[in-house]
Write a protein that binds this ligand. Structure first.
Ligand code: ZN
Length: 144
C-alpha cells in the first residue's frame, strides 16, 4: 500500500450564501486561494440537490435531482488536483420533510439555503488525479 503524507495547516470557515451553488462555491474558494489539498465538511440546508451515482458497469454517472427543500445532513469531501487545478470531490447525505434520506456524489445544481462549511487546508505530498482504466474514474495517482 502506498501513501502520501500531508499536514493540516488550518481550518477555514466559508461564507456560503443563500442561492449559491454548493460545489461551485467550494471549488471557487479553493481555486481562488490555490488550496491544493484538504478536507471539506459541511452541514446546513439546501433548496434543492443534485446527486449522482456511478454506474460501475456503464461507467457513467447517473444524475438525480431532488427538487425540494432538504436538510444537508452531511457533506464530506476532499480537495486534490486534477489537470493541475484544485478539484473537489464530495458526497452528500440529505433528508426531506418526511425524513427520507438521499445521498450521492455532489453535483453542481445543489443550491444552498444555509450552510456551515469548513475546509481543513493541508499541504505536503500532493494528490493528482489521473484517469484509471479499470474504473473509468479519475483517481488519485500514488505513482508506480
Ligand atoms: Zn464521488
Amino acid at each position: 500500500m502506498k501513501i502520501k503524507k500531508q499536514k493540516i495547516n488550518r481550518l477555514v470557515w466559508l461564507e456560503i450564501k443563500n442561492g449559491d451553488d454548493l460545489p461551485d462555491a467550494i471549488t471557487g474558494y479553493c481555486q481562488k486561494n490555490n488550496i491544493k489539498a484538504g478536507l471539506v465538511l459541511a452541514v446546513g440546508a439546501l433548496k434543492n440537490a443534485k446527486v449522482s451515482f456511478y454506474d460501475q458497469v456503464k461507467r457513467k454517472y447517473l444524475v438525480k435531482a431532488i427538487n425540494r427543500p432538504l436538510e444537508l445532513l452531511s457533506c464530506l469531501g476532499n480537495v486534490s488536483l486534477r489537470d493541475g487545478r484544485p478539484f473537489i470531490h464530495a458526497h452528500i447525505t440529505v433528508a426531506d420533510k418526511a425524513g427520507r434520506v438521499y445521498g450521492g456524489h455532489l453535483e453542481p445544481g445543489s443550491i444552498v439555503f444555509a450552510c456551515e462549511c469548513a475546509i481543513m487546508e493541508a499541504t505536503g505530498e500532493l494528490l493528482n488525479r489521473k484517469f484509471d482504466k479499470l474504473t473509468g474514474l479519475n483517481l488519485w495517482d500514488f505513482g508506480k
